[in-house]
Design a protein around this ligand. Structure first.
Ligand code: AHM
Ligand code: MG
Length: 338
């Protein structure tokens, strides 16, 4: 890091100054996410002492997964910090069955919509492995002055105006894009501030890491099975076999592949006909960042950002990585279907 690093707060102000007519509302949302992330981070750091136990009255979320105390805590922190301010009119969260409409008159004037996965990969906390928060910001499409409508949280990913993630790893990082490249900020715990540590992140041109849960191999489509075998086959010219790395925490797997070059895959399979990951608050924000970093994200056929969402918790097969590896993936899928 340079001797006088730029803090995330300063960075947000500088970005806003590029748009003299901006209201500053987007900057305020990003600042509130930053503050909420520090609180969640603090709790995660203590998880090995206090545990991340399933809730006493064992609740499961709409996906049938058991919620842990940290899932519920992170969800509450991000929802409360959005509700307390006046910029967000509607919010969709992985942990909430339905979208939330902030219904008081002041929020009817709010221009923005927030979609969030408060704590992705939360079961990893039990074993001291990285987890993440994923967020996505849209402009509302319903008229200002009235209540938000469900279509506000069901916009296609292409309409995102900002997206990012917080990676609670060996360092805590906030990586985000407002549509003008991807920038990464690292939390300096001695200062309690995020500082720009990874400016203008771009995927390397080529990669040799693949990330997939190979335990599901039998259920994968044949193109994906052949691609995995291809990665494993020796070929000095292309530096194969490639390296298999799978944390089981999307943010951490994506972050590593973004820095080193690689592909993350969660394909459809007979056990999960549409894959596991959710389009609106997991795949779209990650896809937005991937494209901004010069990579690609698709469902195997179409760009994730062009898919038309039908429900808040809709799932999709998900493939994301550097362009060279993604193009090879599409070749394998189409060859297998000829
Ligand atoms: P979650 O939203 O319930 O935490 O699940 C999402 C996580 C991703 O972070 C990760 O890539 C994937 O699920 C791992 O799933 P699996 O254990 O099936 O490989
Ligand atoms: Mg999740």
């Amino acid at each position: 890091m340079p001797p006088n690093p730029i803090s995330l707060g300063e960075f947000i102000i500088r970005e806003q100054e590029k748009f003299p007519n901006a209201s500053g509302d987007l900057s305020k949302i990003l600042s509130s996410i930053k503050a909420a992330a520090k609180r969640v981070n603090y709790r995660i750091l203590q998880a090995s002492l206090h545990g991340n136990t399933p809730l006493e009255n064992q609740k499961s979320n709409i996906h049938g997964e058991n919620q842990t105390s940290l899932d519920v805590y992170a969800d509450r922190i991000f929802i409360d910090s959005s509700r307390a301010r006046r910029e967000v009119c509607a919010l969709g969260s992985e942990e909430q069955d339905d979208w939330i409409h902030f219904s008081d008159p002041e929020h009817n004037q709010s221009k923005y919509v927030l979609l969030i996965d408060p704590l992705d990969g939360s079961s990893n906390v039990d074993v001291n492995v990285s987890v993440g928060t994923i967020f996505s910001i849209y402009k509302r499409t319903s008229p200002l002055g009235g209540p938000a409508k469900v279509q506000d949280v069901l916009q296609s990913g292409r309409q995102q105006i900002a997206a990012g993630y917080i990676l609670y790893g060996s360092s805590t990082m906030l990586v985000m894009s407002t549509g003008n490249g991807v920038n990464g900020f690292t939390l300096d715990p001695s200062m309690g501030s995020f500082y720009l540590s990874h400016p203008n992140l771009k995927y390397p041109k080529s990669g040799r890491i693949y990330s997939v849960n190979e335990g599901n191999y039998e259920h994968f489509p044949s193109g994906i099975k052949r691609l995995i075998k291809h990665y494993q086959t020796e070929d000095p010219k292309t530096n194969r076999p490639f390296t298999s790395r799978y944390i089981g925490s999307l943010v951490a797997d994506f972050h590593r592949n973004l820095l080193k070059g690689g592909i993350y895959m969660y394909p459809q399979g007979t056990k999960a006909p549409q894959g596991k990951l959710r389009l609106q608050y997991e795949c779209n924000p990650i896809a937005f960042l991937a494209e901004q970093a010069g990579g690609m994200a698709t469902d195997g056929y179409s760009p994730i950002l062009d898919l038309k969402p039908e429900g808040l918790h809709q799932r999709t097969p998900f493939f994301v990585g550097n362009t060279e590896m993604m193009e090879e993936l599409h070749q394998f899928i189409s060859n297998a279907e000829k």
